[in-house]
Ligand binder design. Structure first.
Ligand code: DGL
Length: 281
């Protein structure tokens, strides 16, 4: 009996953070900084990244598998740090899958926090979005921004080459500088005064992007915004917050253990991380 009570006391109730790869570790870092007491479980689907070039149905299937794993391993709340998953899977997961399978748990995305921040910041009502081809194709950022303010005009730019460059650690190479400039030029021309970095991997390029866009453009980074919004969410939802355990644990899972995951993941997190390998199916 005593043992059962001890076990019940020790049972973790994690905040889960999911990404198609390791870019979401940047968002996790911000969340941990804002809310350090909680226990965190990170999943990066590195074996199947990038999601950005996949169909909506595939992104939904992969994301659902990750969500199943995370709930089976003690998560109470999961944040889809991946913009492509937030665009292609979040609504279906929240509306169709969760009520049937996990009615008492929650899955949140990153698009609405970023869209709300951009809508609050823009003065000329012209907002730029840099994202994967999948996120741009889904139109999810446009939908969210226009829902907040129908007068907002959105200039979207798909940047399919940036994720591979970041994954390869080549994001400061001369080729990367040229490619980034080719993506930013049309955004500058469209006159946006606010730019959403709508992909986990672009956080590492933030300084380069700010410099290239110039001082007149405000850059919305999910690694800064999502932690604030999550904090506010937990304050508004004490029934969820109460369930979360506070042991300061950070657990990392990855569907492929590559050198890049350890090296760049540690860089994104700001300290060394060690991931365990899992299979999602
Ligand atoms: N994590 C994805 C996102 O934020 C980028 C990487 C990918 O294409 O899988 O959209």
């Amino acid at each position: 009996m005593v043992d059962c009570v001890e076990m019940a006391k020790k049972k973790k109730a994690y905040i889960g953070v999911f990404d198609s790869g390791f870019g979401g570790i940047n968002v996790l870092r911000g969340i941990v900084k804002a809310l350090p007491a909680y226990d965190y479980l990170y999943v990066g689907d590195t074996a199947r990244t990038p999601y950005g070039a996949r169909s909506a149905d595939t992104v939904y299937a992969f994301t659902r598998q990750a969500v199943d794993f995370m709930f089976a391993n003690g998560c109470e709340l999961v944040v889809l740090a991946c913009n492509t998953a937030s665009s292609d899977a979040l609504r279906r997961i929240q509306q169709e899958y969760m009520p049937k399978h996990y009615p008492n748990k929650r899955v949140l995305g990153v698009l609405i926090p970023a869209a709300e921040e951009a809508a609050a910041k823009t003065a000329n009502r012209k907002v730029g979005v840099m994202a994967t081809a999948g996120t741009v194709r889904s139109g999810a950022f446009v939908r969210e921004l226009v829902k907040i303010d129908p007068t907002i005009r959105v200039a979207q730019q798909a940047c399919p080459l940036l994720v591979p460059l970041v994954e390869a650690g080549e994001y400061q190479s001369p080729a990367a500088v040229l490619i980034l400039e080719a993506y930013l030029k049309p955004l500058r021309r469209s006159g946006v005064d606010t730019l959403i970095l709508g992909c986990t991997h672009y956080g590492i390029l933030e300084r380069q992007i700010r410099r290239a866009m110039g001082p007149g453009v405000r850059v919305v980074s999910e690694a800064t915004i999502v932690p604030k919004k999550l904090k506010a969410y937990l304050t508004r939802h004490p029934e969820i917050e109460r369930k979360l355990s506070k042991g300061g644990e950070r657990v990392f899972y990855s569907t492929d253990l590559t050198d890049a995951f350890s090296a760049l993941g540690s860089k994104f997190f700001g300290k060394p991380i060690k991931a365990k390998k899992i299979t999602l199916q």
